[in-house]
Design a protein around this ligand. Structure first.
Ligand SMILES: CC(=O)SCCNC(=O)CCNC(=O)[C@H](O)C(C)(C)COP(=O)(O)OP(=O)(O)OC[C@H]1O[C@@H](n2cnc3c(N)ncnc32)[C@H](O)[C@@H]1OP(=O)(O)O
Ligand SMILES: O=C([O-])CC(=O)C(=O)O
Length: 377
């Protein structure tokens, strides 16, 4: 039997469910949320509108958006105990702190046990507002600053920057963060969303699923790529050294980070917006070398593009954050801030027609054998 069973390692190319949320055409390099092109959303929408779209399936009108915005702003609170938890573990990686604080929120919020549709939506909106607050609060505490209170006059992205840095962001900086969150908001059955669905499949609650998702996002093959790209750019140092760097990596059959994707064979459509952002920002800030190094890596990888190996969303994002003076260890948490609504809707969809997710592994261990008592081994 073992020879006849087909094993789909990594579940490559396997459909396990239907979803009305995002559509990815990997061959064409296209992405849409609920039928709206990512390019239209990135250029014309705000994160709040996109979060509403993902959670409710339709773009909001002005009244609906105002109501949603008010709910998000009202949810901008963290229990005092969360500050204590963060203070105790402030030296840890921000992703570990975010995961731990999110888990602690579940213990502090009795509503977290509510697994009804309304409960999921309420907890999803709360977490969308609270995740950026945790990241900003930790960053303030680890830098010896008293965390600033959220500013209800600021939108989601601008308020996060305000809380992170303790100074009001420029309109450009706020918009760049807003677009970054929109581009990262949802991406079908990626590893972290799939992991969250597995958690919901056991009828667990949303907070638990978000903790699962945060754990899964952290790895360098997924959300950790932006941090690794920045390390790569720093290691390369100047554009003229990029070709040799790529050659050495390819010779050792090591991945060049920020390239490759399980679904896209054409360029990841989100990368275009990040590329435009890096180019503009690095020129404006008089530091064109960052963009030049990235482009030199792209040029050196050109021979592999023919085989479907292109940049993904995180190739350019690290440099944008770097130019904004955001430390490298915050890059994955920034991805997480954007992804919360995507996780929420994936969990909602899973909950609506729930089924335990439990595939099979084909046993290839030893044949049955007699148990040997420990003294005789
Ligand atoms: C937001 C996101 O999560 S986007 C992804 C972020 N991650 C990264 O940027 C890390 C670098 N990239 C990778 O490690 C991979 O491309 C992954 C994990 C994202 C996808 O991996 P898979 O779908 O398993 O791709 P797979 O391993 O099948 O790759 C196919 C071929 O391309 C090669 N390849 C894939 N990615 C890369 C890369 N970044 N650099 C060089 N070669 C690569 C593989 O070695 C493989 O070659 P082979 O057939 O000769 O063995
Ligand atoms: O879809 C994936 O496998 C990874 C990805 O790009 C994302 O989660 O945004």
């Amino acid at each position: 039997m073992n020879d006849t069973v087909k094993i789909n390692r990594g579940l490559k190319g396997i459909y396990f469910e239907r979803s009305a949320t995002s559509h990815i055409d990997g061959a064409k390099g296209e992405l849409s949320y609920c039928g709206y092109s990512i390019h239209d959303l990135a250029t014309q929408s705000t994160f709040e509108e996109v979060a509403y779209l993902l959670i409710h399936g339709e773009l909001p009108n002005e009244t609906e958006l105002a109501g949603f915005d008010a709910r998000l702003k009202a949810a901008r609170t963290l229990p005092a105990e969360i500050h204590t938890v963060i203070e105790q573990i402030k030296g840890g990686h921000p992703m570990d702190v975010l995961r731990t604080a999110t888990s602690a929120l579940a213990a502090l919020d009795k509503g977290s046990a509510d697994t009804s549709e309304e409960g999921f939506i309420r907890n999803g909106i709360n977490l969308t507002a609270q995740v950026p607050m945790i990241v900003a609060t930790h960053h303030a505490i680890r830098n010896g600053r008293t965390p600033v209170a959220p500013d209800p006059t600021l939108g989601h992205a601008a308020n996060w920057l305000w809380m992170l840095k303790g100074e009001k962001p420029s309109a450009d900086a706020a918009r760049l963060a807003d677009v970054d969150f929109i581009l990262h908001a949802e991406h079908g059955s990626n590893a972290s969303s799939f992991a969250a669905r597995v958690t919901i499949g056991t009828d667990a609650n949303l907070h638990g699923a978000i903790v699962t998702a945060l754990s899964t996002l952290a790895g360098p093959a997924h959300g950790g790529a932006a941090e690794d790209v920045m390390k790569m750019v720093a290691e390369i140092g100047s554009a003229d050294k990029a070709a040799a760097y790529v050659k050495a990596k390819r010779k050792n059959r090591e991945p060049v980070t920020g390239f490759g994707h399980r679904v896209y064979r054409a360029e990841d459509p989100r990368a275009r917006h990040m590329r435009d952002g890096v180019k503009k920002l690095s020129q404006e800030m008089g530091q064109p070398e960052w963009y030049d190094i990235l482009q030199a890596v792209v040029d050196a990888m050109q021979p592999y593009a023919r085989h479907g190996l292109n940049v993904n969303v995180d190739f350019y994002s690290g440099v944008i954050y770097q130019l904004h003076g955001i430390p490298m260890d915050l890059y994955v948490p920034i991805f997480a801030i954007g992804r919360v609504p995507g996780w929420v809707i994936q969990c909602l969809e899973q909950r609506r027609s729930n089924i335990l997710i439990r595939p099979l592994t084909l046993y290839n261990g030893p044949e049955m054998r007699p148990y040997v008592p420990i003294k005789e081994r």
